[in-house]
Design a protein around this ligand. Structure first.
Ligand code: NDP
Length: 453
């Protein structure tokens, strides 16, 4: 069936040269689809594959802002509106110096399938800027967010495109962007999710990605009659997703032993308990410090400084039962995956988007490890964003427990959908194929219904 998917891949490589992250994301999905596309001649005839890899719209814009010294700075902003077959575009905004079109397109592409898996009516999109929030004052962040929104506002809306947070964009940035949107549009609407819970935000939205990830992991383990209780867990990153993954793992009786940031990783073999986690939250969210400071506070912990020339990460070479990459794309390479498999890690569930290289995924799947791909495992965040939109639309706010019940139900449905599609079209427990195929079929059928648009 590669005769159907290979030309699509070739076309992407030809039209979008140099977009290596986008190529990687498309290739992974096409590999899964090559197992089933023959059964859907209608989708082939109507060129759904060719259409689904082409963004509906890409917006690129200049973001001028002045720093605290009064010096003009220029960044590049972007929004990729990938696919609106299932609903308005939905996906986060990332502020990080690495942001480029390839990364935005891979994230928007992944988001389309992830949003389809939630069962909600959400299309896929992603946006961001090559702006580095690290070391910036609050006022600089505010001026940047206002300038970013001074262009973005005309392209978004609560029925058109509803951005949320991602790397470098948390509650503070959402607040500044929302304020500017409201001012320009003279409208208080649910145009962004991840808002403060006092002014339109949903309870549990900050926690949702991490909590949902752990719910998904618990389902995968239950499929093998295992639980998280007593399991030693590695987490990378120390931002939003990492922190709430740790919190839920502790609640479920697991032992968390690591965090990282872009400078290095810390490992605490005694375990990171609630008190130590509170220290990390304060360090990262309030003081905006570095994870290296964990070792200054808890000297028995080990700290490994990353070197971009290193062939592998010391973090993934630690002995553990479960791994939760929650930092960024391609943080687990082939060698890292080998270390995890050799150390008999039984489960890896992706909190970050595409944190495992394609070679790494191959190793996980062939080793018999349970592997939860991002599209399924980290969908809790966008799911609760969808619930925030529902609350905004009805001018109501649901309780924490109501939202948590919905999140539980959605993560369970995503898990059972992945199992069902993996069993039907691939090998049992191949959740990569399960997620890709199920997300594709739902989106593709909606595209068929809506004609050539
Ligand atoms: P945060 O900005 O809160 O945290 C990001 C963490 O990852 C930080 O610890 C950061 O370290 C680290 N990091 C960022 N870039 C790199 C890099 N190039 N190398 C190593 N470490 C890096 O972001 P989130 O926690 O929100 O996002 C983390 C991941 O989860 C991303 O892949 C995101 O797309 C994904 N995700 C997030 C969702 C959400 O709801 N927030 C939803 C679904 C997925 P440092 O402090 O040094 O920058």
């Amino acid at each position: 069936m590669e005769h159907i998917t290979a030309p699509v891949m070739e076309s992407v490589l030809r039209k979008d040269p140099g977009e290596k992250e986008f190529h990687q994301a498309v290739h992974e999905v096409l590999m899964s689809l090559s197992k089933v596309i023959d059964s859907y001649p209608n989708l082939v005839y109507h060129k759904i594959l060719d259409r689904i890899v082409e963004p509906e719209r890409v917006i690129s814009f200049r973001v001028p802002w002045t720093d605290d010294q009064g010096i003009l700075q220029i960044n590049r902003g972007c929004r990729v509106e990938m696919n609106s077959a299932l609903g308005p575009y939905k996906g986060g905004i990332r502020f990080h110096p690495s942001v480029n079109l390839s990364i935005m397109k891979f994230l928007a592409f992944e988001q389309t399938f992830k949003n389809a898996l939630t069962g909600l009516n959400l299309g896929g999109g992603k946006g961001g800027a090559d702006f580095d929030p690290k070391g910036k004052s609050d006022l600089e962040i505010m001026r940047f967010c206002q300038s970013f929104m001074s262009e973005l506002w005309r392209h978004i809306g609560d029925r058109t495109d509803i951005p949320a947070g991602d790397i470098g964009v948390g509650g503070r940035e959402i607040g500044y962007m929302f304020g500017q949107y409201k001012r320009l549009r003279n409208e208080f609407s649910g145009v962004l999710t991840g808002k403060g819970s006092q002014w339109g935000g949903s309870f549990l939205r900050p926690e949702a990605t991490g909590f949902g990830l752990v719910y998904f992991a618990a389902h995968m383990l239950a499929g093998r009659s295992e639980t998280l209780e007593g399991k030693t867990c590695l987490i990378s990153g120390s931002g939003n997703v990492a922190q709430f993954t740790a919190e839920k793992l502790l609640e479920m009786g697991a032992k968390v032993i690591s965090f990282s940031d872009s400078t290095g990783a810390m490992v605490d073999h005694d375990g990171i308990d609630h008190e130590k986690l509170a220290f990390v939250k304060q360090l990262k969210n309030v003081h905006r410090g570095r994870i290296a400071e964990y070792q200054e506070r808890y000297p028995h912990a080990q700290y490994y400084r990353f070197n971009p020339r290193d062939a592998f990460s010391p973090l993934w070479a630690q002995e553990a039962d479960c791994a939760f990459p929650c930092a960024t794309q391609n943080e687990i390479n082939e060698q890292d995956a080998k270390h995890l498999a050799e150390n008999k890690v039984i489960l890896t569930a992706e909190g970050a988007n595409m944190p495992t290289s394609e070679e790494g995924i191959e190793i996980f799947l062939s080793s018999g490890m349970l592997f939860g791909p991002a599209k399924a495992a980290n969908a809790g965040g966008v799911a609760v964003s969808g619930l925030e939109m529902a609350q905004n639309g009805s001018r109501l706010q649901w309780s924490r427990s109501q939202v948590d019940d919905h999140l539980h139900r959605i993560m369970k449905n995503i898990y059972t959908t992945c199992v069902e599609y993996a069993q039907r079209y691939s090998t049992p427990e191949n959740f990569v194929d399960g997620a890709n195929i199920a997300g594709f079929i739902r989106t593709a059928n909606a595209m068929l219904d809506q004609g050539y648009v």
